[in-house]
Design a protein around this ligand. Structure first.
Ligand code: NAI
Length: 328
């Protein structure tokens, strides 16, 4: 039997946490043969800690064979202690009258503290996924606050956008999700993201040829994928939770267990390729093998793509400039 791995989850009593933790404990992220220890972080407030305790009672009641231990805490250094995986879901939501800039600053403080705690106590191989928004910039802040961990350990979640892009394409072409290959979503997890179909195929046929409608692609498909989060809120009356949790599991499972050559989108620190400045956490296509991701290199970038990629980059650079004073 395998040695148990430690999985830290922040915001564990939130709505994504509730859709995520039970699936991880059931073995859906790392496999039914991989024992897991869950290390769950919530805010110190009584209500949050009580809700977390309730989640832990329910975890007990599931009697998952793969769940061999759990900790609930309000201390990041306890939650991240020797963590092999860290899913940073908890973040401050935008309150009434709060500006985007205020949101950025409030979250920066959280991710500086959590980055420092990871730096101090996590496994040196910890795989970090930031889900809490603004996800790319929060991942950047955590990475910058953890100088003794390898930068490539810090990633942001673009997988929900990737999955949305696949699903919308499958619907349009009348083909199955499994028929779609080489999807890419470039950039920020925000409506400026760029779902790029130039390399995608549907049942072996180039996706753009299968669609054969450039106006639909640019004026309908791209904004539909980009604004899907808002559409879920408007329809469901609450933000994406089950689909976000599902994407987090897809991201971590693929990173840990590999993609067999399949392209997936991850937000990763830039190495300077594709004109994205070093260290910006940017959605790019990757393949995963042996616990590591590799950027898909050498894709041609045409003028339209360049302008779309620069637009989402500019937004990320503005976010980065907004928190620069806190990073010193
Ligand atoms: P939620 O508000 O239901 O849950 C968040 C939980 O985090 C709360 O229980 C809260 O007490 C906790 N929390 C807040 N600050 C914390 C801290 N410093 N340490 C530990 N716990 C803390 O929110 P929900 O729906 O679960 O969403 C969580 C985050 O995920 C939000 O920022 C949301 O915008 C983001 N999100 C990101 C997506 C992506 O694709 N990257 C998709 C959907 C949501």
């Amino acid at each position: 039997t395998k040695t148990p791995v430690r999985i830290a989850i922040t915001g564990a009593a939130g709505q994504i946490g509730y859709a995520l933790i039970f699936r991880i404990a059931a073995g859906e992220m790392l496999g039914k043969d991989q024992p897991v220890i869950l290390q769950m972080l919530e805010l110190p407030m009584e209500k949050a800690q009580a809700a977390l305790k309730g989640v832990m009672m329910e975890l007990d009641d599931c009697a998952f064979p793969t769940l061999v231990g759990m900790v609930g805490t309000d201390d990041p250094k306890v939650a991240f202690k020797e963590a092999d995986y860290a899913l940073l879901v908890g973040a401050k939501p935008r309150g009434p009258g709060m500006e985007r800039k205020d949101l950025l600053m409030e979250n920066a403080k959280i991710f500086i503290e959590q980055g420092k705690a990871l730096n101090e106590v996590a496994s040196r191989n910890v795989k970090v996924l930031v889900v809490g928004n603004p996800a790319n910039t929060n991942a950047y802040i955590a990475m910058k606050s953890a100088p003794s961990l390898p930068k490539q350990n810090f990633t942001a979640m673009l997988r929900l956008d990737h999955n949305r892009a696949i699903s919308q394409l499958a619907t349009r072409t009348g083909k199955a999700v499994a028929d779609i290959e080489k999807m890419i979503v470039w950039g920020n997890h925000s409506p400026t993201m760029y779902p790029d179909l130039r390399f995608a195929s549907v049942a072996g046929q180039p996706a753009l040829a299968a669609i054969n409608d450039d106006a639909w692609y640019k004026n309908d498909y791209i904004p539909t994928v980009g604004k899907r989060g808002a559409a879920i809120i408007a329809t469901r009356g609450a933000s994406s939770a089950a689909s976000a949790a599902n994407a987090a599991i897809d991201h971590m499972r693929d990173w840990a267990l590999g993609t067999n050559g399949k392209w997936v989108t991850m937000g990763i620190p830039s190495d300077g390729s594709y004109g994205i400045p070093q260290d910006i956490i940017y959605g790019v296509p990757v393949t995963c093998e042996n616990g590591e991701y590799t950027r898909v290199e050498g894709l041609a970038i045409d003028d339209y793509s360049r302008s779309m990629m620069d637009k989402t980059l500019t937004e990320l650079q503005e976010e980065q400039a907004g928190v620069a004073s806190l990073l010193g």
